[in-house]
Design a protein around this ligand. Structure first.
Ligand code: F0G
Length: 444
């Protein structure tokens, strides 16, 4: 049951089929190039696209736009301390701004940074700081409760290989976005803490989806049975020396982010603060307007309220169930923010080189005005990985009939699957890592 009702709404429209075909053609068969107006159900991302609460909108009117010492910043500090247990923060305009502040202060040329799986902006910022990002996910089977966990043995092996002194930080991303949004257990975070101590490295938590992770812990980790999501949220972050956050996810805001640092880590905090001033803005706003600070302060508190987080994560599971009912192969159990579809299995006649994930993404738009994102050969060229399509639900935004529309669209696509074309790239940017954002394709 949704723990909210609509108070303000936005009209959406499904363009007719001819218009959808034209829009897709004009977008170069890349849905990042579509006008949002031409999209009916937008499952591209959960980042900054959710609905804010009436309390957040009310707080926005109280935003203190002072350059220095803004009261809104104090409200945000208090919320972060209460909800996440960090009292020293460096604000930033969004998650990747915070990553630039943090990893620029933490990582030097020739160092290695292990992570359960690096999100693409994390990877890029570590490379930008001269470091080498290393993915250390555990091996898991479908159905396992904590498929997002860090392989701490792999971190030890890396340390043996390169030398512990070249590992400044161990990172754990909760939930593991690049690994189907799967959660990380508190037991695993304790192991991560232990390995960081062994290596004399900092433990960093990418806390973008910390509330979703805490909900999974409440559901699946026996030790925490019956504990509140709010207390689990704090417990999991208590393990970290630093956190890096995008307020666009579990901050329930449209923009914003921050780095959190421990009270006794003076030198590091000062370094991060100076980088924040240089790249983001003075240390009491960090690229956000005062009203954005207020929206995030309220959003963080709402994110760990049980009725909210339960309806959030269960809505993602509901989409998964509706898709399974029409025989769509998905990653199970569903993650916290998105359903991941195995496009290679759904469209077996399209070979990897012809982008089966993108073929599915295009068909979903053509058939139902649904926008999803490819995470396969187009996004990760040359990597021998599963051809996935991510259906990411914005928070508090869509209703059951939108989810049913998505499932019906899949059923229609399934009926036509033999006719669907593969694709080839006709134009792509120089940087291969970013090609899926702007490449243009054509059907074969
Ligand atoms: N870390 C993780 C785990 C993320 O998922 C993201 C963004 C970031 C950092 C960067 O934050 O966008 O505020 O700069 N993920 C979005 C997504 C873009 O669609 O998965 P940001």
């Amino acid at each position: 049951m949704r723990a909210y009702k609509a108070k303000s709404v936005e009209r959406i429209e499904l363009p007719d089929r001819e218009a959808r075909e034209r829009h897709l053609h004009e977008a170069g068969y890349n849905v990042f190039n579509l006008d949002a107006e031409a999209v009916f159900v937008d499952l591209l991302t959960d980042s900054g696209t959710g609905a804010m609460s009436d309390e957040q909108w009310a707080a926005i009117h109280r935003g203190d736009e002072s350059y220095a010492g803004s009261e809104s910043f104090q409200n945000l500090e208090a919320a972060i301390e209460d909800v996440m247990g960090f009292s020293r923060i460096v604000p930033a305009h969004q998650g990747r701004g915070a990553e630039n502040v943090l990893y620029g202060a933490l990582v030097s040329e020739g160092e290695y940074v292990p992570n359960n799986t690096h999100f693409d902006t994390t990877r890029a910022h570590i490379v930008n700081a001269g470091g080498e990002p290393v993915d250390c996910p555990i091996e898991s089977d479908p159905g396992d409760p904590f498929q997002g966990n860090l392989d701490t043995e792999a971190v030890r092996e890396l340390a043996n290989e390169v030398g512990a002194e070249r590992i400044p930080a161990v990172v754990v991303t909760i939930t593991n976005n690049s690994l189907a949004g799967q959660p990380v257990s508190i037991a695993n975070l304790r192991e991560a803490r232990a390995v960081a101590d062994e290596l004399d490295a900092r433990l960093v938590i990418d806390a973008c989806r910390f509330a979703e992770n805490a909900y999974f812990v409440a559901q699946r980790e026996a030790e925490f049975d019956g504990e509140s999501v709010a207390s689990i949220a704090r417990e999991q972050l208590s393990m970290a020396d630093a956190i890096v956050m995008s307020g666009k996810k579990d901050g329930l805001a449209n923009v914003g982010g921050f780095v959190g640092v421990r009270e006794n880590d003076d030198e590091f905090y000062e370094q991060a603060r100076q980088r924040g001033i240089l790249f983001e803005g003075f240390s009491t706003y960090g690229g956000m307007a005062g009203r954005d600070l207020e929206a995030m302060a309220v959003g963080l508190r709402e994110a760990v309220e049980r009725p909210y987080i339960e309806s959030r994560v269960e809505q993602v599971a509901e989409l998964g169930t509706l898709l399974q009912e029409v025989s769509v192969p998905i990653r199970t159990p569903t993650g916290g923010h998105a359903v991941y579809v195995d496009a290679g299995e759904f469209l077996p006649s399209i070979p990897r080189e012809e982008f089966p994930g993108q073929a599915l993404v295009c068909a979903l738009y053509e058939e139902g005005g649904v926008r999803a994102v490819e995470l396969g050969e187009l996004a990760f060229p040359g990597e021998d990985r599963a051809q996935l399509v991510r259906l990411c639900l914005p928070r508090r935004t869509y209703f059951r009939d939108h989810l049913e529309h998505v499932a019906e669209t899949f059923a229609t696509v399934a009926d036509r699957r033999e006719e669907l074309p593969g694709y080839e790239i006709v134009d792509e940017p120089a940087m291969a890592e970013l090609r899926h954002f702007s490449a243009e394709l054509r059907p074969l």
